[in-house]
Design a protein around this ligand. Structure first.
Ligand code: C2E
Ligand code: CA
Ligand code: CA
Ligand code: CA
Length: 276
């Protein structure tokens, strides 16, 4: 008995060892991924119901690893945030996303907004200048860019100046994962937020889960009362889309409509919709 337990332990421990070695290796590789041009942006359409028109899109990063294939952001963004690498990766995302907007514009394709995720570490006083330089290089107005922020990012001191500055420059501001963060809603009144993105954990439990349904209805109420626009994310079924539309949330993003796709496929989708 004792011996068997021991063996189990040894097995478990070497398994853990292997996994942490894998992780260390992956982390070392992440340092070079930018230089080696291994990142790629995918785009997930945001759809207006019932017209099914593409109103905007969210840019989502992927790491194309030479051996491991496509690595999702959940496997490297947290580490990039711990180490501060996210600042350089985030700058790459800003450049890539805005240069992609410029490409679509050149091709005569229309996109109202492209949403870009920002990490808290990027949310620094130099951000408006960085964004301004990229936009003027590509001759793109700030109105085409939406910045997705998290509630925790808003909790820092002095964020209000930065938010106002970005908003006054023309960027749309969206609160991501809304409902999962801080329950203090007072900041919604003071900050120039344009969109609330209803978190997918609530959306996916619709329409049967009474708790989630109540939370979604409250979020929609808050948004309506404060004059904020809504996006529901993670919509996977027609029942969820119908329920949201019936409550007045017409902008949806999720597998029910489209999964995130390569720039090439998203371009194709715009061409099909706009008959170019
Ligand atoms: P997020 O910003 O909440 O993005 C939404 C995530 O939900 C994306 O995962 C998207 O692919 C996924 N999703 C969309 N529709 C559905 C659906 O119907 N069902 C389900 N199950 N999932 C859906 P993804 O692309 O793996 O990104 C994960 C997270 O990584 C993002 O969550 C965001 O926090 C972070 N991230 C992605 N790109 C960037 C980036 O460029 N910069 C930063 N700082 N973070 C990023
Ligand atoms: Ca997001
Ligand atoms: Ca989200
Ligand atoms: Ca998230």
């Amino acid at each position: 008995r004792a011996k068997k337990g021991n063996q189990n332990y040894l097995f478990y421990s070497s398994e853990m060892n292997r996994r942490s070695l894998d992780r260390i290796k992956l982390e070392a590789e992440l340092h070079h991924a930018l230089d080696l041009n291994q990142f790629e942006l995918f785009f997930q359409p945001q759809i207006d119901l019932p017209s099914k028109k593409v109103m905007g899109a969210e840019a989502l990063i992927r790491w194309r690893h030479p051996q491991k294939g496509m690595i999702p952001p959940s496997n490297f963004i947290p580490f990039a945030e711990e180490t501060g690498l996210i600042v350089a990766i985030g700058s790459w995302v800003l450049n890539e996303a805005i240069s992609q907007i410029a490409e679509w514009k050149k091709a005569g394709l229309k996109l109202n907004r492209l949403a870009i995720n920002l990490s808290a570490l990027q949310f620094k006083p130099q951000l408006p200048d960085e964004l301004g330089a990229i936009l003027s290089y590509h001759k793109i107005p700030a109105e085409l860019v939406e910045l997705e922020l998290t509630e925790s990012l808003l909790m820092g001191n002095g964020q209000s100046t930065l938010l106002n500055q970005l908003h006054n420059s023309g960027f749309s501001l969206a609160l991501d994962d809304f409902g999962t963060g801080y329950s203090n809603l007072a900041y919604l009144q003071h900050y120039p937020i344009d969109y609330l993105k209803i978190d997918q954990s609530f959306v996916q439990a619709l329409p049967d889960n009474q708790h989630s349904a109540a939370i979604v209805r409250s979020i929609i109420d808050i948004a309506t009362n404060l004059g904020l626009k809504l996006i529901a994310e993670g919509v996977e079924t027609k029942a969820q889309a119908d329920y949201l539309a019936q409550l007045g949330c017409h902008l949806i993003q999720g597998y029910y409509c489209y999964k995130p796709m390569s720039a090439e496929n998203f371009t194709q989708l715009l061409i099909e919709q706009q008959g170019k």
